[in-house]
Write a protein that binds this ligand. Sequence first.
Ligand SMILES: NC(=O)c1ccc[n+]([C@@H]2O[C@H](COP(=O)([O-])OP(=O)(O)OC[C@H]3O[C@@H](n4cnc5c(N)ncnc54)[C@H](OP(=O)(O)O)[C@@H]3O)[C@@H](O)[C@H]2O)c1
Length: 320
Amino acid sequence: MTDKKIIAVVGATGAQGGGLVRAILADKNGPFRARALTRDVNSPKARALAAAGAEVVSADVDDAATLRRAFEGAHGAFCVTFFWHHLSPEKELAEAASMAEAAKQTGVTHVIWSTLEDIRKFVPLDDDRMPTLMGKYKAPHFDAKGEANALFTQAGVPTTFLLTSFYWDNFVYFGSGPKRGPDGKLALVLPMGDRKLPAMAAEDIGKCAYGIFKRGKEFIGRTVGIAGEHLSGGEMAAKLTGALGEKVVYQDVPPEVYRSFGFPGADDLGNMFQFKRDFNDYYRGARSVEFSRSLNPELLSFDQWLKQNASKIPIEAAAG
Ligand SMILES: NC(=O)c1ccc[n+]([C@@H]2O[C@H](COP(=O)([O-])OP(=O)(O)OC[C@H]3O[C@@H](n4cnc5c(N)ncnc54)[C@H](OP(=O)(O)O)[C@@H]3O)[C@@H](O)[C@H]2O)c1
């Protein structure tokens, strides 16, 4: 038996939740043990977490009873939604509501809700600087998370609102890495102008969340933002050049061009980058690297992340 407190981790087989589970497991003498929630306890990722020492339990955020069972007896819960699995802000809101309700019913004493800004508070729907999407959003995957903050507050759940940052891992897994242009040259295409983009290793989100749980009640009721480094497109392109051994240029495109790229969610991401560019002082101010490092002393810089991951970035071979 152990007197360690349980942290129930939603999305445990994914990037954010996985980082938290691994952080808990790595701190062998720490105060917590990890309960990893998954829809499939037999998947390779779930089995790997169990083999590493996590309690792996079956739960689906779309099934309230399984969620309640998984939160039962937990001290803390890490709550995250999965926008890119379904592209539905309404579903994200419903999933957040289910998690808030389950945390309330089971008396969880500290929830970390992985959230983002409701961009409509900065650019109202009738402001045509950027198009309104899906009838009532500016950037649906941001807005729904920000709107969902109130669901945790209204449920009376002791919550830390964790503002995350762009994952550098998007260069590997999300198609955001350098692309070869018609001239054969590699370009990092972002609509950020000369502004800096707070970003981080996805794994560090969970590690920072672990730091928040360890600090106890300090951040309950508060919004905290995290990032590994703030870099401009030009700075990222220079670092990519060094890591990939091939010149990468930064190609600044207008947000309207980015919105027209045609991949699922391109308009949502175009609006998101426009927000990050045009409200850059606010956006960067909300995501302190120093604070993030105080939560997670192992926080990676972009150079350190590249050292571990550059070889995984898919790069189209040069013609000829
Ligand atoms: N990409 C970025 O730059 C970025 C930056 C900030 C925030 N975000 C946000 O991060 C969120 C995703 O987090 P992530 O990257 O950690 O996700 P992820 O790596 O895609 O993993 C999500 C995990 O959630 C689980 N899952 C999916 N649907 C579920 C359900 N109905 N019930 C229970 N578990 C479910 C899956 O596990 P099982 O299959 O094992 O159940 C999956 O492994 C998105 O909402 C996105 O907007 C992304």
